[in-house]
Design a protein around this ligand. Structure first.
Ligand SMILES: [Zn+2]
Length: 419
């Protein structure tokens, strides 16, 4: 059964999910034979197997499944064209075409069991907010989205469109996040948050997949990033920093960002600082393999492949150290670099690089929710939260590759993929 808009929660209909294995991420434990009661779009209660669902409740049997909260990816790019060899790729579609493509990506992401995402940037300003609104209004199916609006970047930096002939003038919509001083950063933050962004993404260093930029080189200064953090705080909004090089990571942490994206070349001091400041690490430790194989096959520039080689293994070793040090880690994959819908492929990598399976699942549920600031509504199956639920056949913690094929997805009480 596949109902793309979900069977709308009919008024106050009561649904009972019979969970063979119930993952309680907040407690870090799995309990057998629980009953999850869903009323409308919310979880009403979680009871043990001795509880008899009231007559009239619709019963969904997941007794042969592992049941857990909807997964959360804190680093997606739903709106843009998939990464490609062409520097002009962001210019190849109209805004309307891009949002429609984003709708397709959103559906793939939801059906993969990811019921919330933090979408960390689009080249054309605020198309992500349009997609978020269309999902929230029930126009298209997709995950709950927190959106950045665009990248706040230095000109020619990691979030600018580079690699075009230098006499090409880009339309303003593609450069709405460009800033070159603390006061310009403040202006961009205000424009994005007033325009509908939920949080701010700032580029602290060069990038692997932006031509000419160098992952190890700091771009914005600590002072410029602090301006973003201060301005965003007036709106109650968080700032996350794209940062590969150790110096850029430290600048961003000192500036007070909520989280570090990538963290590829972190050193021991950076790990220590993340721990001390409670900064989340969102490390995309799967997609380096995708770039090294598929990027190469698809003819991506040699520069991308070289920078990917220079960061992939370093990032994984840094991740392992960060896990051991007790740094807060939230799940984020950089979908859009690899195909949307494969978001769960990173789960087994996180186990390979030092996490227990339960830790990896916590990173993709309650910790991700905390990182976004949504722990009051998603991230665990607790009364009052949205009924965002996924189920995987058998004992899913025994083998996280099973998350590549979730059997059941519910978002806000509506079944979007079901047994
Ligand atoms: Zn990214």
């Amino acid at each position: 059964m596949l109902c793309l808009l979900g069977s709308p929660a009919r008024g106050e209909e009561l649904v009972a999910l019979l969970a063979g294995r119930f993952v309680d991420g907040e407690k870090g434990e799995v309990r057998r034979d629980q009953v999850i009661l869903v009323r409308g779009d919310r979880i009403e209660a979680v009871r043990d197997a001795s509880f008899k669902p009231p007559s009239g409740a619709r019963v969904i049997d997941l007794s042969r499944h592992t049941v857990l909260p909807g997964l959360i990816d804190c680093h997606t790019h739903l709106v843009d064209l998939a990464q490609s060899a062409s520097a002009a790729a962001p210019l190849e579609l109209s805004a309307a075409q891009q949002v429609l493509l984003g709708a397709k990506h959103a559906k793939l992401t939801l059906l993969a069991g990811f019921t919330s995402v933090r979408d960390v940037g689009t080249w054309r300003v605020l198309l992500d907010a349009d997609l978020r609104n269309a999902i929230d209004e029930g126009i298209v199916p997709g995950p709950r989205m927190a959106v950045a609006g665009t990248y706040i970047t230095t000109s020619s930096g990691a979030g600018d469109i580079t690699g075009l002939p230098r006499d090409i003038i880009l339309p303003p919509d593609f450069r709405a996040g460009v800033a070159n001083s603390a006061s310009e950063v403040r202006q961009r933050v205000r424009e994005l948050l007033n325009g509908g962004a939920d949080f701010i993404k700032i580029m602290a260093t060069g990038a692997v997949l932006t031509r000419g930029t160098r992952p190890g080189v700091p771009e914005f200064s600590e002072e410029e990033m602090r301006a973003a953090v201060e301005e965003a705080a007036k709106y109650g909004a968080k700032v996350t920093a794209h940062a590969h090089g150790a110096e850029g990571i430290k600048n961003a942490i000192r500036a007070g960002v909520q989280s570090i994206e990538h963290g590829s070349l972190m050193d021991d001091e950076a790990i220590e600082m993340m721990k001390e400041h409670g900064t989340y690490l969102v490390a995309d430790i799967y997609n380096g393999d995708y770039i090294a194989t598929e990027g190469k096959r698809l003819g991506w520039p040699a520069e991308y492949l070289r920078k990917n080689d220079e960061t992939t293994e370093a990032q994984r070793q840094g991740f392992r150290k960060a896990v051991a040090a007790g740094v807060r880690i939230a799940y984020g994959t950089d979908s859009g670099v690899y195909p949307h819908g494969d978001n769960a492929k990173q789960l087994p990598y996180m186990v390979r690089y030092g996490m227990a399976p339960m830790q990896a699942l916590r990173a993709a549920t309650i910790e991700a929710a905390r990182n976004i600031g949504w722990e009051d509504r998603v991230g665990s199956l607790a009364p009052g939260k949205y009924a965002d639920v996924v189920a995987v056949e058998g004992d899913a913690l025994a083998d996280l590759t099973r998350f590549m094929n979730v059997a059941f997805v519910m978002k806000g009480g509506a079944v979007v993929k079901g047994p």
